[in-house]
Design a protein around this ligand. Structure first.
Ligand SMILES: NC(=O)C1=CN([C@@H]2O[C@H](COP(=O)(O)OP(=O)(O)OC[C@H]3O[C@@H](n4cnc5c(N)ncnc54)[C@H](O)[C@@H]3O)[C@@H](O)[C@H]2O)C=CC1
Ligand SMILES: O=C([O-])CC(=O)C(=O)O
Length: 264
């Protein structure tokens, strides 16, 4: 596979490592970084490093994985999709901006490309997406992380994250508001919303818990044909405590599914 990456931080670097270990090293790798950040991609990655979507497309990738953040989706997503290249959009929460979502969908349609939204750090989206066809879903999600994972977010305006000793719910609202206010922590809420009941209807609680065993994603689903509760206790990444390691495995799964004859 000729692979294009947008962003080479924690997820990008770990993904390449996992691909190499799984014997799935890309035949060709191009990485889009911000201008001036070219040196952040080590020579050992064996990548062509570029600073624009046009230059990334010139490397003729079969698939592009965005793992750079909401602003990067807005900057590069429409260009990539209009050119007809499928994009795994790890920053799912960028879809919480209705204008951007419409722009991305239109670009994908125009280019004949697909936007692949990975499950990321959460699971069970297959069943949730299937049950959405019932038209009667109730979904409540709780995102629980240690205080330090909420550093630099609006949680710090109401909580002293450095000294917190008790579990605190600092956000209650819709998945849309959560994804917009917590772009590095609530992509999971956006994925659940898009798979299931929608951005407005999906209820979200965000919690800082000094006793949290990791990044915990828990949600309840009620529908006319099935009810279930899911709880995933994730190991945070060494390179970014906000991001669970399983997010990277979920992207690896998308790549495996494009390379293997059986999709699962
Ligand atoms: N779907 C999910 O479950 C999850 C999604 N995410 C998303 O993935 C993103 C990346 O996560 P990490 O790799 O852990 O973060 P990170 O901060 O370690 O890496 C992000 C990289 O992207 C680069 N970058 C930022 N803007 C860019 C641009 N316009 N063009 C090119 N590169 C750019 C940064 O310089 C940095 O190297 C998060 O911001 C979040 O939006 C993260 C965790 C879970
Ligand atoms: O990686 C995680 O645990 C979830 C996360 O940050 C997000 O949803 O943005």
């Amino acid at each position: 596979m000729r692979l294009g990456l947008i962003g080479f931080g924690n997820i990008g670097a770990t993904l390449l490592d996992l691909m190499q270990k799984a014997g799935l090293a890309p035949a060709h790798l191009a990485v889009l970084v911000r201008r001036g950040r070219e040196a952040s991609v080590p020579a050992t990655a064996g990548a062509v490093v570029v600073t624009s979507a046009e230059a990334l497309l010139a490397e003729t990738p079969d698939l592009i994985v965005e793992c750079a953040g909401h602003a990067a989706v807005s900057e590069h997503g429409p260009v990539v999709l209009r050119a007809g290249v499928d994009m795994v959009q790890v920053s799912v929460g960028a879809m919480s901006d209705p204008a951007l979502e419409a722009q991305l969908r239109a670009a994908a349609k125009e280019g004949g490309a697909r936007i692949v939204l990975p499950a990321g750090a959460v699971g069970g989206l297959d069943l949730l997406s299937a049950l959405s066809a019932t038209g009667e879903l109730q979904v409540t999600y709780r995102g629980i992380k240690p205080p330090k994972a909420w550093a630099g977010t609006p949680a710090g305006e109401t909580l002293d994250l450095d000294t917190l000793t008790t579990r605190e719910v600092f956000f209650r609202g819709s998945a849309r508001d959560a994804a917009r206010a917590f772009p590095k922590n609530a992509n999971v809420a956006a994925a659940l919303a898009l798979a299931g009941a929608g951005f407005e209807e999906t209820q979200v609680e965000l919690i800082a818990d000094p006793e949290a065993p990791g990044n915990v994603h828990s949600y309840d689903v009620r529908s006319p044909v099935a009810n279930y509760t899911m709880e995933i206790e994730n190991l945070p990444s060494a390179g970014n405590v906000k991001t669970s390691v399983s997010t990277v495995y979920s992207v690896l799964r998308e790549i495996r599914n494009r390379m293997n004859p059986v999709v699962i």
